[in-house]
Design a protein around this ligand. Structure first.
Ligand code: NAP
Length: 447
């Protein structure tokens, strides 16, 4: 049997994911060698604190605090430190020294993807980051490779497990946002500072990556419109449930065209491009993404020829994420063994990122109104005047036990309308004397 060559692997970071990657590299060395066509030798692990406890028992001699020296002598570098610096500089150094890089760092790829890709192309090395979106779920490679002969028209993703857990908890127990967040923190699904998750920033990074691969154009975080879930109330969830919807935080990347077409959506303002956005969204309870519970992730892809596809699984966690890292590592190792840079991303799409005002979607609007005759007609007329057509209008009467005054709650679901038309309608509705308050305005998909 011919002797396999050995490739040196530098691991940057030994936290939740890095420790599991180190374990797999050491425990499954034979299996990995047979699949990669080369022995993958873990040359060293760079960390901040040599004495920190690790999730996995690993030889102490592997650890170093000198990440820079480690990457300069590696064939393959796995970056699992997180953050922008020093991860960015170390990745660039590794590639300039001819190493292929695997990373799970969505924040870095979303922020500075173009620079990283340019450097990878220049150096003729592979840069891969399957773990950066939806943890264990193979989604980037199917979009990049399996669907490369098709045209993707829309991607809808539940790509943040923390917010899906919180919204699912609110939906199943009736809890308020703060209580569901506290439960997520108690169970370890949410960090002590949950801002990046609940305000949608983490999902926005993933939306930029999904949009870039789906539409063959490099989008960055600045191209993503982002709203989080901290203002979603138990009343919103209950009203959505009552109307047959569930509320999910979706990362959406959607092709919009000036005139629309059989498989594409018409832009509100006659532009052509891609709308990349993250916001709480009502989905019909029968939509496949509505069945994604707890901290699970799923990505729903629509393509011209493939039709609808759904990818589902664990979006985070040390072992699941390490699985995605290892897939990238084997692919990079094979590209070294076989020669050539391997499968690169194409950026031939060159479509522009459209502002949120270009998006066209349906809306759910909750109104607290006076219980008087003629109210419904007044509201319906005002919607019609603004070109927003109503699909469903439901009224529920409440009587205040103390004052004995009756008020009505109106729930409206519109047909597809532009953001601008909807905003103007809501402003006009607020000015009606029969309106006590606008209780919620949420976007609806999948109808
Ligand atoms: P983590 O548990 O916080 O571990 C980070 C590791 O990097 C630690 O070992 C830390 O060293 C090391 N490190 C941090 N800064 C360093 C520096 N300046 N120099 C040297 N070492 C440094 O992170 P994680 O959860 O494993 O996540 C790693 C990456 O994967 C992140 O980009 C994250 O976004 C991504 N990711 C994570 C998950 C997940 O489920 N956790 C899922 C998908 C993607 P010490 O241990 O010495 O402090």
């Amino acid at each position: 049997m011919t002797e396999l060559r050995t490739l040196k692997v530098a691991l940057l970071g030994c936290g939740n994911v890095g420790a599991q990657v180190a374990r797999i590299l050491l425990d499954d060395a034979e299996m990995l060698a047979s699949r990669a066509g080369a022995r993958l030798e873990l040359a060293g692990i760079a960390v901040r604190n040599l004495d920190a406890p690790r999730d996995v028992e690993l030889p102490r001699g592997l650890f170093t605090t000198d990440a820079e020296t480690l990457v300069k002598d590696a064939d393959l570098v796995i970056e699992l430190m997180g953050g922008i610096e020093p991860a960015r500089t170390l990745i660039l150094t590794a590639m300039r020294n001819g190493a292929c890089v695997v990373t799970g760092n969505k924040a870095l790829v979303a922020k500075d993807g173009p620079t990283l890709h340019e450097e990878a192309d220049k150096a003729g090395v592979q840069l891969s980051y399957e773990a950066a979106v939806a943890g264990a779920i193979p989604i980037l490679r199917p979009i990049r490779d399996s669907l490369s002969g098709d045209r993707i028209t829309r991607v809808l993703g539940i790509v943040n497990g923390t917010t899906n857990f919180i919204l699912d908890q609110m939906d199943s127990t009736g809890a308020q946002f703060a209580d569901a967040l506290a439960e997520a923190q108690r169970l370890g699904y949410a960090e002590a500072d949950p801002t990046a998750d609940v305000e949608g920033h983490d999902a926005a990074s993933k939306a930029a990556i999904l949009a870039s691969l789906s539409f063959h154009t490099r989008f960055s975080l600045d191209d993503v419109y982002c709203e989080g879930i901290s203002s979603v109330t138990a009343a919103d969830i209950a009203a959505a449930k009552d109307a047959g919807f569930v509320i999910k935080l979706l990362a959406i990347a959607e092709k919009l065209e000036a005139t629309g077409g059989e498989t594409s959506t018409e832009a509100a303002d006659g532009n052509t491009g891609v709308s990349v956005r993250v916001h709480p969204t009502l989905l019909p309870r029968e939509h496949p993404l509505a069945a994604v519970h707890g901290a699970f992730n799923a990505v729903f892809v629509e393509a011209e020829n493939a039709g609808e596809l759904m990818f589902y699984g664990q979006g985070a966690g040390g072992k699941p994420t390490a699985s995605a890292v290892m897939g990238d590592l084997i692919s990079a190792a094979r590209s070294i063994v076989l020669g050539g840079p391997g499968r690169a991303e194409t950026t031939t799409g060159q479509v522009v990122a459209l502002p949120i005002t270009s998006a066209v979607t349906s809306y759910y609007i909750g109104l607290d109104v006076a219980d008087q005759p003629g109210v419904l007609a007044k509201i319906a007329r005002l919607f019609a005047e603004h070109g927003v057509s109503i699909e469903i209008m439901r009224q529920t009467i409440h009587r205040d036990a103390d004052s004995n005054v009756e008020s009505a709650e109106l729930r409206i679901v519109t047909h597809r309308a532009s953001e601008a038309a909807l905003a103007a309608t809501v402003e006009a509705v607020k000015g009606l004397d029969v309106i006590n308050s606008v209780t919620s305005v949420l976007r609806v998909e999948g109808v």
